[in-house]
Write a protein of this length. Structure first.
Length: 85
């Protein structure tokens, strides 16, 4: 199982775009890849540790808890990374 975590907060103007890119990329992957991916959203407002790490970098995308992107998410790079997990 691969986990894609989107870290953001309410009112973040880039966060909905990041979420849309992640959801679109996962939906477009072949079923055998996409079915193994879980998308999780977390808010820095609900977790002090996340706030401390990421407050000025949201949205942040992690893959299996490893940093993948911040601010803007490249669909091409995300697709490549997920296909090799």
């Amino acid at each position: 199982m691969t986990t894609v975590t989107i870290i953001g907060r309410p009112g973040c103007h880039l966060c909905p775009t990041a979420r849309e890119i992640v959801e679109t990329v996962v939906a477009d992957l072949p079923d055998e890849v996409g079915d193994r991916i879980e998308i999780i959203e977390k808010s820095i407002d609900e977790d002090a540790a996340l706030y401390e790490l990421w407050w000025e970098k949201i949205p942040v995308v992690l893959i299996n808890d490893e940093f993948h992107a911040q601010w803007r998410v490249s669909p091409e790079l995300l697709r490549q990374r997920l296909e090799t997990q």
